[in-house]
Design a binder for this molecule. Structure first.
Ligand code: ATP
Ligand code: MG
Length: 476
């Protein structure tokens, strides 16, 4: 209630301000030091209050202090270190977060060469530029939200303790997008940044040879190009000599299906040794991998390994994605309902939006109406989920079928009673663990539930089978 009235008051006053006030000089930008201060304070505040400090939340706090307020878009710009903000907005944000804006915290954008905008993800370039190789990165568009993940990961990447960072999550949840933003944001701290796509799966020999060749060209050192026996050692030598950030995107391409999750495809087991070596050996670099499945590295979680599991985006961030499509027509409630159906998964949401544009004349309500009897997952989305399903071992497939019929999360003991009849205990527990590794099982406290998209896939498949069985047989 209070939040709503604050929001309304804020909208009114900002609108009035925009109409009547003279133009402010909007040529400031936060420096790396200023940004770091801000993000660290936000992180502390989130820990203390357990409330996510989104740009909107911060804008609302500012509004309580200063009736003129700041627009959430300006807050977002500031948090992302974008150019073109006015000094008053910087001061207000710092003030509301109980920080002092000091001289080294901000600069005139034109005079300050700052790290590239962290929300604009890198655009793939045709060639390798300078000390960075983004040639295998895909073209990414905007990234909304993920502020706490961004802050957390940036700190981990820079702390020099963590040598291997794993960004894990369901297909389309935004692993690659986040990794790209992080790599861009920290690139000034690294001598070399190299982005490698592991799709389609290159052997370690191919991947490492191309990394070493890139380094040879840039350093001018006479590095021996690797043979299959010394490639890891040669890479580690370089990671010791130079502070490098390597990103292996789509790591799941070198993992195999059919078995429990996290094992390596035949001929790719050397990736396990590579991850292990990077995590264990002393050096000053960092390897980030993005993967739908958590690879098996060592038996125990290592001190030098950090894993972040990404879930779907919260409602407000999904709403921002939707607001990129102003031609679509929908009420807030309809958008909310669509986002819920998509489980906050940006890829699924964007695909649904494309269907709405192409087949429903931009009307969200018509699409929701269609979903009452039609399928959320068709065409490419169904293929994506089907590929994930086909990778499961037979035990996991059985577990997935059983979990799909439950609306609410289950406790282990509830599930055991149900499953014990058909699957011996050691197998089902291992199966659940494997589903969790594949980002298909969510754990909350002692309870767990199947990923909503996989549940939708299974139920839509089962409905399809039922409809087929019940359909009147046609004489051909
Ligand atoms: N936070 C976000 N804001 C806006 N768009 C996003 C966000 N996260 C992801 N996207 C968009 O969603 C789509 C899927 O994201 P991305 O490719 O990063 O997913 P992924 O988790 O790497 O998927 P995969 O497992 O298939 O590699 C892309 O179009 C990306 O730009
Ligand atoms: Mg990806």
């Amino acid at each position: 209630m209070i939040a709503t009235s604050v929001k309304n008051a804020w909208s009114r006053s900002v609108m009035a301000k925009t109409l009547h006030s003279p133009q402010r000089y909007r040529g400031f930008v936060l420096t790396t030091a200023g940004l770091q201060k801000l993000h660290e304070q936000i992180k502390q505040l989130e820990i203390q209050t357990r409330v996510r400090q989104s740009p909107r939340t911060i804008a609302e706090r500012v509004q309580l202090n200063d009736p003129d307020g700041i627009h959430p878009i300006t807050v977002r710009k500031i948090l992302n270190g974008e150019n073109g903000v006015d000094k008053r907005s910087l001061q207000l944000i710092f003030q509301v977060l109980q920080l002092q804006l000091q001289e080294g915290d901000y600069a005139h954008a034109g005079l300050y060469r700052q790290p590239d905008d962290p929300v604009e993800t890198p655009v793939a370039t045709a060639s390798s530029v300078g000390h960075q190789d983004w040639s295998e990165a895909t073209d990414q568009s905007k990234l909304y939200g993920r502020l706490s993940e961004f802050t957390q990961l940036r700190q981990i990447v820079l702390d020099k303790q963590h040598r291997l960072i794993q960004i894990l999550g369901m297909a389309g949840v935004g692993k690659t997008a986040l990794a790209a933003v992080i790599a861009k944001a920290v690139q000034p701290e690294f001598e070399f940044v190299i982005w490698k796509s592991l799709h389609p799966a290159p052997t370690t020999h191919t991947a490492l040879t191309s990394i070493l060749q890139f380094l040879v060209k840039r350093t001018g050192e006479s590095i021996k190009l690797p043979t299959r026996t010394d490639e890891k050692e040669l890479l580690i030598e370089q990671l010791q000599k130079h502070r490098c950030l390597l990103v292996f995107d789509h790591f799941d391409s070198v993992l195999c299906g059919d078995r429990y999750a996290g094992y390596y495809r035949q001929g790719y087991e050397t990736y396990r040794e590579l991850l292990q070596t990077v995590a264990e050996m002393a050096h000053q670099s960092c390897l980030i991998i993005t993967s739908r499945e958590k690879p098996r590295v060592t038996g125990v979680e290592d001190y030098h390994i950090y894993s972040l599991r990404l879930n779907g985006l919260p409602l407000s961030e999904c709403q921002q994605i939707c607001s990129d499509y102003p031609s679509l027509i929908g009420t807030t409630e309809e958008w909310r309902s669509l986002i819920k159906r998509c489980d906050g998964n940006p890829l699924i949401l964007k695909t649904a939006i494309a269907y709405i544009q192409d087949y429903f004349d931009g009307r969200v309500s018509d699409y929701l109406q269609y979903l009452k009897h039609g399928r959320l997952l068709f065409s490419d989305l169904r293929d994506l989920l089907s590929q994930q399903f086909e990778r499961l071992s037979s035990v996991e497939k059985e577990l997935v079928y059983r979990l799909a019929i439950h609306q609410k999360p289950l406790s282990v003991s509830q599930f055991r009673e149900e499953i014990m009849l058909s699957t011996p205990q050691p197998f089902w527990l291992e199966g659940l663990d494997s589903l969790h590794r594949r980002s298909l099982l969510h754990r909350q406290g002692g309870n767990f539930s199947l990923d909503l998209m996989m549940k939708t896939y299974i139920n839509e498949c089962l409905e399809g089978v039922m409809n087929f069985a019940l359909a009147p047989q046609r004489n051909v």
